[in-house]
Design a protein around this ligand. Structure first.
Ligand SMILES: Nc1nc2c(c(=O)[nH]1)N[C@H]1C(S)=C(S)[C@@H](COP(=O)(O)O)O[C@H]1N2
Ligand SMILES: [Mo]
Length: 269
């Protein structure tokens, strides 16, 4: 997948090997173990694929995936990726800012948040027969977070079209938030007035808040978020590598801290 490297968004850290990025995944629609998505996501058909963008917009639209691919120039951006489970990766994504798509539909003055939902199709996504989450997988952002230049609509990684297990044909990447905010295989984006209740908030409300910004000092879960294990570091998938210190906003504080000025990050976790 051709793309122009955007050096401004290089993480200057060793990339996580392609083999780890594509075999150590969370994608509960294909099972809850890390190896399930690589094993089973082949059943997902990513063509034809349409994405509906609706709600508080002047120009609601239904995009064919091939039209979406041409909506804005593709960039390669290296981002850190931090899962709330305590592991992290460094991934060269390909995509463009979500803001390009949102501008195209012309948000109304009532658009305060967005939601994005994954395909609902238990025949193609057998994990949806398991009520572990309320399907379809639903996530959301505040409008200013969605419009932030770091927020990427990703279509590829490592120079290739996204493998199914990583969220083909398109997924969200918000590098200063925990990985679960990055919904995969998206079919609908809705602009809304009120803060949505996401799949994880519904499942475990005292662990998963709406914001879910990476924060080493706030651990609503019953494990600490202070450190992380970088997948692929050292031997045995990083099992014996020293843990890294997790940084506020996953190291993107300079770019995003202003979004949360005056907010209590402990309350709004
Ligand atoms: N639809 C959907 N999106 C999802 C998930 C999921 O289970 N279903 N898992 C999330 C979690 S917990 C993480 S950490 C990232 C993992 O992305 P990766 O497998 O490409 O590294 O995807 C997120 N997006
Ligand atoms: Mo995660």
């Amino acid at each position: 997948m051709p793309a122009t490297r955007n050096a401004e968004y290089g993480a200057h850290e060793t990339l996580t090997p392609y083999s780890d990025v594509t075999t150590y995944n969370n994608f509960y629609e294909f099972g809850t173990s890390k190896s399930d998505p690589a094993r089973y996501a082949g059943s997902l058909h990513t063509r034809p694929w349409t994405v509906v963008v609706d709600g508080e917009v002047h120009k609601p639209r239904r995009f064919d995936i091939d039209a979406l691919l041409k909506l804005a120039p593709m960039q390669e951006r290296i981002y850190r990726h931090r899962c709330v489970e305590g592991w992290s990766m460094v991934i060269p994504w390909i995509g463009y800012p979500l803001s390009a798509l949102l501008r195209a539909v012309e948000p109304t003055g009532n658009a305060k948040f967005i939601t994005y939902q994954t395909l609902l199709d238990p025949a193609e996504m057998p994990g949806q027969n398991d009520p572990v989450l309320a399907w379809p997988y639903l996530e959301g952002l505040r409008m200013d977070e969605a419009m932030h230049p770091l927020t990427l609509l990703a279509f590829g990684l490592y120079g290739e079209v996204l493998p199914n297990q990583d969220g083909a044909p398109l997924r969200m990447v918000i590098p200063w938030k925990y990985g679960f905010k990055g919904g995969k295989s998206i079919v609908r984006i809705s602009l809304v007035e009120r803060q949505p209740v996401t799949s994880w908030m519904r499942a475990v409300p005292n662990w998963y808040g709406f914001y879910s910004n990476v924060n080493p000092d706030v651990s609503p879960q019953n494990w600490s978020q202070a450190t992380e294990r970088r997948i692929g570091d050292g031997r045995f998938g990083g099992l014996f590598a020293p843990r890294l210190k997790t940084r506020l906003f996953n190291g993107y504080a300079k770019q995003v801290a202003d979004l949360y000025r005056g907010m209590d990050l402990r309350r709004d976790f």
